[in-house]
Design a protein around this ligand. Structure first.
Ligand code: PHE
Length: 346
């Protein structure tokens, strides 16, 4: 009997549980109703009296060893979950990358949010447009250079049988969306139109054939240039920082009169002059102006009762200023090493 106990002790000492199931089998084998310990106690009845003390102690020691082994193995298993086939399930899983928003989306969302706060709602329109909405109704003269093949991607030129009104083309600006809004809604109108636009330009660090715009339009009675200026000042401070200053330079667009280009003070050098602002202290940000009365009339809005302002900006341009990225192409190449630098935010 001594030998039997000793071999059970050895067996218990080398036992390693591969799984909880394994451990349970071990427990039943030793401590179960028909297990080794209970059969040892059965045999104990036949042990001669003078050996009882020694054998009894041995059986009790074995029982404690078994209980301790079960306890220890359970502890190990709860730290390292092991599958049936012995794999460690507690090892960390494969890295699941969450990704990040594209910088153009981040900046577009910022711009939209700032104008939403000022009561502008979003309107959208088609990317494939006709001449009427991109040029004619916006007061572009028939000879205007923007209508040229050099600038515009044409899909279909005006057909000889007049089966469609004018050329079909990719919109060169989202002002086309504003024409559609004016055609379909009565003032007051206060809307922004974000979207992709297309221009037939050679791709370089400073130009691309696809980019994103956000254009704004506000039409009501008594809308003035001062309203435009205040709206743009609010935007600039919210976008570039509270200390930002703006300046408006006279410019020309066929659809606004007067027209202006807006600069913001360079926040890199605080207006002192640096290589980002080319030592002028100012950065060009957007075009704007008072909606030309011809445009209002073209869209059946009474220009004697209503006035309005409009503005338009390139999202890539704002992103370049915000993130100090000098090459526009970075935004289109989708190199993960570039995109990863923009933190995830919802
Ligand atoms: N549509 C002009 C552009 O694409 C921007 C602009 C919009 C200018 C509204 C003035 C007013 O460049």
């Amino acid at each position: 009997m001594k030998n039997k106990i000793d071999s059970l002790v050895k067996e218990a000492e080398i036992f390693v549980a591969k799984s909880l199931n394994d451990l349970e089998c071990f427990r039943i084998q030793f401590l179960g109703k028909k297990g080794s310990i209970s059969s040892l106690f059965q045999d104990f009845k036949n042990v001669p009296v003078d050996h009882r003390k020694e054998i009894g102690q041995k059986i009790n020691a074995l029982k404690s060893l078994i209980e301790e082994t079960i306890y220890q193995e359970k502890l190990k298993l709860s730290g390292t979950y092991t599958s049936e086939d012995g794999k460690d399930l507690s090892l960390p899983g494969d890295d699941l990358s969450l990704g990040s928003r594209h910088p153009i989306s981040l900046v577009r969302n910022d711009i939209i949010e700032i104008f939403n706060r000022q009561g502008f709602i979003i309107s959208e329109g088609p990317e494939i447009e006709n001449d009427e909405h991109v040029f004619s109704k916006l007061n572009f003269s028939p000879e205007h250079p923007a209508r040229d093949m050099q600038d515009t991607f044409f899909i279909e030129r005006q057909s000889a049988d007049n089966s469609h009104p004018g050329d079909i083309l990719l919109r060169t600006h989202t002002s086309s969306v504003q024409v559609r809004v004016m055609e379909n809604q009565k003032p007051p109108i206060r809307t922004i139109s974000p979207g992709r636009v297309f221009r037939n330009e050679a791709i370089s660090a400073r130009a691309h054939c696809i980019f994103h715009q956000i254009e704004g339009l506000y039409i009501d009675s008594n809308v003035s240039f001062a309203d435009l200026k205040q709206t743009l000042l609010y935007f600039s401070k919210a976008m570039f920082g509270e200390e930002t200053k703006i300046r408006l330079r006279p410019s020309f667009f066929p659809f606004t009169e007067p027209s202006a280009e807006m600069d913001v003070s360079c926040k890199i050098c605080n207006g002192k002059g640096c290589n980002v602002c080319k030592y002028t202290g100012w950065l060009e940000v957007l075009g704007c102006g008072m909606v030309d009365p011809n445009v209002l009339e073209n869209c059946n809005i009474d220009s004697s009762a209503y006035t309005g302002f409009a503005f338009g900006m390139g999202v890539e341009r704002i992103a370049m200023l915000k993130y100090q990225v000098n090459d526009l192409r970075m935004y289109f190449e989708n190199d993960v090493r570039f995109l990863e630098q923009f933190s995830y935010s919802l």
